[in-house]
Design a protein around this ligand. Structure first.
Ligand code: ZN
Length: 467
């Protein structure tokens, strides 16, 4: 509770009303605290302000996850060491799956029951003890995050699939998460030693990021990630990324599409990279050769590996493109508006499916929102209805099919490229609804892998003062 008090005090000072500053600092009492550890905490505070002879009840959201940076480095070790990492990953997966089973079989099992269940597992299975206790907890938290996402979707009555949590199976892409124990950085921070029960030993780290800039205690989590081309370590660092940027006094609306990756409200376009299309031929060929090999043969394992690497390469190219394009858009505008598209619904359209998934709009959008927070640029998601049908000049509706590429208004005679017209409508809509900041990144680990976690800013809410 003392820690909560400290966080609350600090948060209060930095964020709330100017009238509360100065030497007559308000005294706060934490009435209630919800959440915490892994997700954002919500504090219910009773604030007494001596100078104004007033008291307030304030709800303060403090998100620990909001301020995380993720740095990544590749691990270099021996085959034997990699085998030990595999074992740790397998154990973490076992704990996650066992927790999920426990939740499915029981009734009203909550997050804390899962943490408690970890202890039971460790007593039941000796080899579970090899994984550090905190890493076990982290695995249980992962199970819980899958469960709570499902429960959330049910509660919100989200249309379509609710995402009932699944058991994880053996696969190339997998990871294990450590908290503050079970690992140690060397003096020069170029090597990392894992010292839990698996004792995988010391690995050399290959990466471009410098860890010297941060305190060891700022590292809240260490993840070991297995990919098709090797083993990586990720450091989650408790540090918010805020960067300065000169205002440009421009606003932009962007319409994403298949012909161009996006068209903005000034008529500029960004070409569609179509990484997957380019690699598609070779992927197909590999896939064919894989299917011809005998099941369980060495040859098959080899082709699987080659194919996995190819997929990894495409996903990296895609991410690289999304990050660079998003950064560029955010840097050159003070407000970025885009459509609140439900890509999942659109992918059902089979003829367009491949290009849509390939264009990776969702990823692009998440990076736009992330950079928006870093550079202090407003990002606005507008509902997609009528953006392409309405005339950006006079506002009347002009029906057109997907294949009609030009907007030709019968009311005012305005002629414009279809996407350009849509982008102008999007900007117009956004400027009318500023204050609503679009939907946020999901916090899904897969999307966050890389230099940073896109996350929401903490929201601060104030209740009306009591009389
Ligand atoms: Zn018109």
């Amino acid at each position: 509770m003392a820690q909560a008090q400290a966080i609350a005090q600090a948060g209060l000072k930095s964020t709330l009303m100017g009238g509360l500053e100065g030497d007559s600092a308000p005294t706060t009492t934490v009435l209630r605290e919800r959440g915490g550890v892994h997700g954002p905490s919500r504090f219910f505070l009773w604030v007494q302000c001596p100078q104004k002879e007033q008291s307030y009840v304030i709800i303060l959201n403090v998100g620990l996850r909001n301020a995380m940076l993720v740095f990544e480095a590749k691990l270099q070790g021996t085959e034997e060491q990699y085998r030990l990492l595999d074992e740790a990953i397998r154990t973490a997966r076992f704990v996650r799956n066992a927790c999920l089973r426990h939740w499915m079989d029981g009734k009203n099992i909550g997050r804390y029951d899962l943490s408690a269940y970890c202890k039971v597992l460790r007593e039941q299975f000796d080899w579970c003890k090899k994984l550090s206790a905190q890493a076990c907890q982290a695995s249980a938290e992962r199970a819980w995050s899958a469960i709570s996402r499902f429960l959330d979707n049910c509660k919100k009555a989200k249309p379509g699939k609710k995402g009932y949590p699944k058991f994880k199976t053996e696969q190339t892409h997998a990871s294990v998460e450590y908290k503050v124990d079970g690992w140690k950085l060397s003096e020069d921070r170029r090597n990392i030693t894992f010292r839990d029960g698996f004792s995988a030993g010391t690995f050399k780290m290959w990466g471009t990021r410098d860890l010297h800039f941060y305190q060891i205690k700022q590292i809240k989590r260490v993840r070991v990630v297995r990919r098709a081309d090797g083993y990586y370590v990720q450091f989650c660092i408790d540090q918010e990324r805020i960067e300065k940027r000169e205002p440009t006094y421009t606003t932009v609306g962007i319409d994403v599409g298949l012909n161009h990756f996006y068209t903005d409200s000034d008529g500029n376009t960004a070409p569609n990279p179509r990484h997957l299309r380019k690699s598609e031929k070779s992927l197909k060929r590999l896939q064919r050769r894989l299917s011809k090999t005998e099941k369980g043969s060495k040859n098959r394992a080899k082709f699987r590996q080659v194919l996995a690497r190819k997929h990894l390469k495409v996903s990296r190219q895609r991410k690289d493109f999304a990050v660079k394009t998003a950064r560029c858009v955010v840097m050159s505008n003070d407000l970025v508006a885009y459509e609140d598209l439900k890509v999942r619904n659109m992918v059902r359209n089979r003829r367009l499916a491949k290009s849509i998934s390939d264009a990776a709009w969702t990823q692009f959008r998440e990076w736009v929102e992330y950079f928006g927070k870093v550079f202090g640029v407003a990002t606005v998601a507008v509902p997609p209805q009528y953006t392409s049908q309405n005339c950006s000049n006079c506002g009347s509706e002009v029906k057109k099919s997907l294949s009609t590429r030009t907007h030709n208004c019968s009311h005012c005679g305005h002629i414009q490229d279809r996407d350009h017209n849509a982008a102008r409508n999007i900007l117009e809509k956004a400027l009318r609804t500023v204050g609503h900041t679009g939907s946020h990144a999901s916090g899904e680990t897969d999307l966050c892998l890389g230099e940073a976690i896109p996350q929401d800013k903490p929201t601060h809410r104030k209740r009306k003062p009591k009389k």
